[in-house]
Design a protein around this ligand. Sequence first.
Ligand code: G16
Length: 565
Amino acid sequence: MSVLQSVIVETSPFDDQKPGTSGLRKKVKVFMQKNYTENFIQSIFNALGDKLKGATLVVGGDGRYFSKPAINTIIRIASANEVSKLIIGKLGIFSTPAVSAIIREQQVLGGIVLTASHNPGGIRNDFGIKYNIENGGPAPDNITNKIFEQTKQITQIKTTPTLETDRIIDILGTSKFNVDGREFTVEIIDSTINYVNLMKQIFDFNKLRALIRGTEDRPPFNILLDSMNGVTGVYVRNIFVEELGASPDNNVRRVVPLDNFGEIHPDPNLTYAKDLVDKLKENSTYDFGAAFDGDGDRNMILGKNAFFVTPSDSLAVLANNLECIPYFQKNGVHGFARSMPTAAAVDRVAAKLGKEMFEVPTGWKYFGNLMDAGRLSLCGEESFGTGSDHIREKDGLWAVLAWLSVIEAKNMGVEDILKEHWTIYGRNYFTRYDYEECETEGANQMMQRLEQLIASADFVGKSFTASGKTYTVAKADNFSYVDPIDNSVAKNQGIRVLFEDGSRLIYRLSGTGSSGATIRVYIECYEKENVLTDAQVMLKPLVEIGLDISQLKKFTGREEPTVIT
Ligand code: G16
């Protein structure tokens, strides 16, 4: 084996490498700038310091455009920074939940996830880089802050330009190199194997197969899973077609990962997964539909005729039925958690079952400490994320397997399960209005004005009326969170206007967009008896009040939201 020499390349900082809600997300062209990707990777390594020496890291992502050159860059820089081994998914393919699973299983230092999640891909669209820590979860704020500090002072990149990376990720197997006299290993694996095994340990595959295939007593439960040309396609084929006997023609769609997601927006919601919604409306033989995002951590659940389950309700239903899943039978159910803007349906289940309940800021990273401390079993977010402590990322496929387990155990369809749930607990009506790619200045001004408004002396106690309904403000603040495990504090996590009857209006700027500002307005009310009204009808007065209080139209010039969920 010839000895390769690492070199030092001089560089200078970029001023826009602050990680957002979930890593650094920018247009591909930004990452393509000379040294841009290199700087960020080296900054991650600088932030890790001595821990990196001799360590193993996992690398992979949703296979979006620019993944291959980014992986080659990571290989060369890792080799020069004394990393001992990289475990990489073949063709760079690794769903975000599968990365989390393998970091935990192999007990390695962490992983680098190459994805911009639900953001569109392709040369004109988005790329992203995220660091996950040894518990398999996204790096918490103290580490992303350290990485950001490094990006502001970086002057040198260590790399091994002579390390031949051409086609290295195309073939399964192990390659060994000698860099500066040290052994450096690159192992290319099939990233589905560990993940599928994990799912088999969590769920009862025999029961799920019987549900999908049908039995003497029960017709097949007809599902349609939409991978939206993202990374879950390979996992869906493996789990649902090969293991559970689903039809490759009728039960799954868009299962070949494409580096531009076929020019669609791989975001599982009613707007961007409309294709799936239409399919279920057209064909009433489908009992169930689900869609996933680009990197496989999000999910949308639909029933017959595209009956929509809000992510907040999905979380509450699963919380109420975890005993039908073998993993929880074995490990027990500890607490529940949701992100602050997520509707409080799960809180009612927690109260009834006597479980601890946590409300954290937006971002899956805030669940990790609670899970590590054994206080959290199931959590979710309104942004179509659901997951458990089996890993430290949200997990789209896990959510679908969990739903199918509940359906199998209860022998009920999705809509009936929801109606039964609402009869017991009442209904938290919820909707989210997104205004994507607004002018940053107008969006910031709107948030600043809101902040001043809610601080004004007479805001609490004030009443607002729209469409004949009146709401009185009980409390208003900018959400802060103190982590119960390490006491770290996250401030300014969204403006909350809480009304006397428990209804809520929340305003946040998204931390995952790649250009401009995305304003999110979250609207929620609770009804004990009146549970069957259309959500948009029920929430109309609050929406009007929300737009009025924020003067959103004036600040953004937008008449309508880009997405309503
Ligand atoms: C990420 C985070 C989620 C968060 C979502 C939306 O999801 O992991 O915790 O809820 O972004 O964040 P924002 O409202 O700031 O855009 P993903 O699926 O994009 O990785």
